[in-house]
Design a protein around this ligand. Structure first.
Ligand code: CAA
Length: 255
C-alpha cells in the first residue's frame, strides 16, 4: 500500500493514512487502498477492533486537486460513500483517532467509525460549502443523527472549523486527550473492547444501528427484543452469567 499503512497490535488492527504532504487529504488511490483493506478486514476473524488514524493530521478532506474538474459522473466515481459505508457496516468496533485536521471527507471517515477520540489540537469541520459543494460521503446523513439536525446544519452551512473542546461539547467526539497520549488512550479503549464478548458486541452494534434508522419505535423495540433473546443461544451468555455467579472473570470464546 502506498498511501496507507496497516499493522496488527495483538488483536487490534491499526490503519494509518499516510499522505502527509497533502495533510492526509484523501485522493482516489488512497480510498481504493482503504476499500481493499476493509474487504480483507471483514474476512479476518482475528481482528477484534479497528483503529483508523494518522500522524499529525487525520485527513484534511477529499483531495480537492483531484476533484476540481470532475463532471457529475466523475464526481459519483470519486465519492467515498461506498467505502465509508463498508467501514460503518463492519461488525467489529471501530475507533477514529483524530489528531490535527479532520475536515470534510476526513470527518466523514471519522463519523463512519463507532467512536472518535481526538487530541486537544484537533480541528474538525465540514468546509465543503466554501468550495461550492456539500459533504458527500455520509456527512449530511450521519452528522444530524449524531448531533441533531440544527447542530449539523450549523457545521455544514457555515463551514467553519471547530476546536476539539467544542466538538466534545457537541457530542461529535467521545473524548479529548493530550496529543502525546492520543494513541495510548485509543489503545486502552481498544484493549477494553477486546475483552468484551464479541457476539454481544456485534449484536449490540447491529441493533443500535438498525434502531437509529428505524422510524417506527414499536418495530425498533421488536428488533431489540429479538436480538437480545437470540444472545441466550450463545456460550458467551452462559459464561458471562456463570462467571458473575461464581465470582470470577469471564473467559469469552466469541461463540
Ligand atoms: N485536498 C488537496 N490538497 C490539500 C487539501 C485537500 N483537501 N488540504 C490540504 N492540501 C494540501 C495543500 O494544497 C498544500 O499543498 P501544496 O503545498 O502543494 O500547495 C498542503 O496540503 C498544505 O496545506 P496548506 O498550505 O493549505 O496548509 P495550511 O496549514 O495553511 O492550512 C488547512 C491547512 C486549513 C487544512 C487547509 O489546507 C485547507 O483548508 N484544506 C482544505 C480543507 C477542505 O476544504 N476540505 C474539504 C475537501 S472537500 C470534501 O472533503 C468533499 C467530501 O465531502 C468528500
Amino acid at each position: 500500500m502506498k498511501n496507507l499503512s496497516f499493522e496488527m497490535i495483538g488483536r487490534i488492527g491499526v490503519v494509518r493514512i499516510n499522505r502527509p504532504r497533502a495533510l492526509n487529504a484523501l485522493n482516489k488511490p488512497t480510498v481504493e487502498e482503504l476499500d481493499e483493506l476493509i474487504e480483507k478486514i471483514k474476512k479476518d476473524s482475528e481482528i477484534k477492533v479497528l483503529i483508523i488514524g494518522s500522524d499529525n493530521n487525520f485527513a484534511a478532506g477529499a483531495d480537492i486537486k483531484g476533484m476540481v474538474n470532475c463532471n457529475v459522473e466523475e464526481a459519483k466515481d470519486f465519492s467515498f460513500s461506498k467505502t465509508f459505508q463498508k467501514i460503518y457496516n463492519l461488525e467489529i468496533p471501530t475507533i477514529a483517532a483524530i489528531d490535527g485536521y479532520a475536515l470534510g471527507g476526513g470527518l466523514e471517515l471519522a463519523l463512519a467509525c463507532d467512536f472518535r477520540i481526538a487530541s486537544t489540537n484537533a480541528k474538525v469541520g465540514f468546509p465543503e460549502i466554501n468550495l461550492g459543494i456539500m459533504p458527500g460521503a455520509g456527512g449530511t446523513i450521519r452528522a444530524p443523527r449524531l448531533l441533531g439536525v440544527s447542530r449539523a446544519k450549523e457545521l455544514i452551512f457555515f463551514g467553519e472549523m471547530i476546536s476539539a473542546d467544542r466538538a466534545e461539547q457537541m457530542g461529535l467526539v467521545n473524548k479529548i486527550v493530550e496529543q502525546e497520549k492520543l494513541m495510548e488512550v485509543v489503545m486502552e479503549w481498544a484493549e477494553k473492547l477486546c475483552k468484551k464478548p464479541p457476539v454481544a458486541l456485534r449484536v449490540a452494534k447491529k441493533t443500535i444501528d438498525a434502531g437509529i434508522s428505524e422510524p417506527k419505535l414499536n418495530y425498533a423495540i421488536k428488533i431489540e427484543y429479538e436480538n437480545w433473546a437470540d444472545l441466550f443461544n450463545t456460550e458467551d451468555q452462559k459464561e458471562g452469567m456463570r462467571a458473575f455467579i461464581e465470582k470470577r472473570q469471564p473467559i469469552y470464546q466469541g461463540k
